[in-house]
Design a protein around this ligand. Structure first.
Ligand code: HEM
Length: 438
């Protein structure tokens, strides 16, 4: 390094460095290290990482100097063995071609055409809930969002087949769990988690292959599968790339919206006045208890509740990048292959950028406050930002409004909220929801 100083290294354990502390409690660890500097160096057995929590450094990595970085191994490896030919895992010119092929289905106008079908899906799900029924809230929120997304992505009703997607998504997160000993064994040592992962992912792969075959036999629609098949007919994507991208989109797209709605319900249960205002917004916008596609633009408070939920509970632990060449970020020089983790949790709760940062206050989104762009980046930023951002926001807004408009959910949580330590912040604590119909 040519700079005089290198980033501070927080105290770690002899030989084990910072890995054990992170695996024990990822949130407490990143909060503690984040307080020690906007970039700090962390040691893991055999490798080191830079934890980047200062918005200007994050912007340099993700946007201004994005050409000096590629997606990092921690992020890429979570999808390894499932979507090797999809946008999530690829780099360089393959990534550019695949991303270009999927981008059109996720841009503004196309996404809005999905509204009507999303509204029908969530209406059917909410109508099926019985007064007094109690369910696992996190699972139910994943089910409702998955049905909405699968209809958009695959153009099919997944009712009855949801477990194929849920099981594959769970096995992916279990395999990536930082606390799992088998994660640190060589690849040729098969563990029960690896074997379960292979079985569940194979089942999802076969399921998506059947959906593709079905679409090929019928007339193409406006769903994502049809658009990708058209790209394959033009020779832009191979058939395998179509399948891997659909599997990748289903996996990337099902757990985050479901987790966000789970947190939103818990926060609303603790803030009944916000919930009452949401109900009032739904009633003033929807006619006869049902939203129309045009009504979705009027749901300002619902959108603000979700923005605030994503601020307090970002679904990913962080964005991971690796330098492809020597690079200078801020005042520091880093060598080729240096790895960076940018956790949303820390800047999104930093009192330099947010007043009373720990409090749930959707009204803060009504005020214009001058803060750095990367003090808030749940969907990441730069050319590789989440392509599902608009679909996810639409899906969650429609789902939350339609649910709140018809039911109250009493939320019962077992203790403090904890997360499974992997690349996502999946809630580990059990959340039970009891339906009270209005
Ligand atoms: C609350 C909802 C969601 C959040 C917070 C979220 C967040 C993220 C983040 C942080 C990334 C990493 C981006 C980067 O490396 O810079 C990402 C990537 C990705 N997300 Fe999402 N996501 C959400 C929902 C969705 C949905 C619904 C879909 C699909 C329909 C989706 C598809 C993807 C894909 C394909 C990638 C990989 C993009 C690439 O590598 O070029 N996500 N998402």
């Amino acid at each position: 390094m040519s700079s005089e100083e290198s980033p501070h290294t927080p105290n770690g354990m002899p030989f084990l460095g910072h890995g054990l502390e992170y695996a024990r409690d990822p949130i407490a660890a990143i909060e503690k290290w984040g307080e020690q500097g906007d970039i700090v160096r962390l040691e893991y057995p055999g490798q080191s990482f830079y934890l980047v929590t200062g918005p200007s450094y994050i912007q340099e990595i993700l946007v201004k100097k994005h050409g000096s970085f590629t997606i990092g191994p921690a992020q890429r490896e979570s999808f390894e063995g499932i979507t090797d030919h999809a946008v999530n895992t690829s780099t360089g010119s393959d990534w550019e071609r695949r991303r270009k092929a999927i981008n059109p289905v996720f841009t503004g106008d196309t996404v809005e055409t999905y509204r009507g079908r999303m509204i029908s899906e969530i209406t059917t799900s909410v109508e099926a809930w019985e007064d007094g029924e109690t369910f696992d809230l996190h699972r139910e929120m994943r089910l409702v969002t998955m049905r909405m997304l699968a209809d958009t992505l695959l153009g099919i009703d997944v009712r009855g087949d949801e477990d194929v997607i849920i099981a594959a998504s769970d096995s992916l997160i279990d395999r990536a769990n930082f606390r799992r000993i088998g994660r640190y064994l060589p690849d040729w040592v098969p563990t029960p988690t690896d074997r379960r992962f292979e079985r569940k992912v194979r089942a999802l792969d076969e399921y998506v292959a059947e959906c593709i075959a079905h679409q090929r036999r019928t007339e193409y629609g406006d769903d994502v599968c049809s658009v990708l098949l058209e790209a394959s007919d033009r020779g832009v994507l191979s058939e395998r790339e179509v399948k891997h991208n659909l599997v990748g989109l289903l996996l990337a797209g099902t757990s985050s919206p479901g987790g966000t709605l789970t947190h939103a319900w818990r926060l609303l249960a603790a803030h009944p006045s916000v919930r009452r205002s949401l109900v009032a917004e739904f009633e003033s916008v929807a006619s006869e208890g049902r939203l129309s596609a045009a009504d979705v633009d009027e749901l300002t408070l619902t959108r603000n509740v979700l923005s605030e939920t994503l601020r307090l509970y970002p679904p990913t632990v962080g964005v991971n990048r690796q330098a492809t060449e020597p690079v200078t970020i801020g005042e520091y020089d880093f060598p080729e292959r240096a790895q960076f983790i940018m956790p949303q949790w820390v800047p999104q709760r930093d009192d330099r950028f947010w007043s009373d940062p720990e409090s749930f206050d959707p009204s803060r989104w009504e005020r214009d406050v001058d803060r750095p762009q990367f003090a808030y980046f749940p969907f990441s930023g730069g050319p590789r930002f989440c392509p599902g951002k608009k679909v996810a926001r639409e899906e969650m807004t429609i789902a939350l409004a339609q649910m709140v408009g018809h039911v109250d959910l009493e939320v019962d949580v077992d203790g403090a909220v904890e997360f499974t330590p992997s690349m996502t912040l999946r809630p580990k604590t059990e959340h039970r929801g009891t339906v009270r119909r209005r």
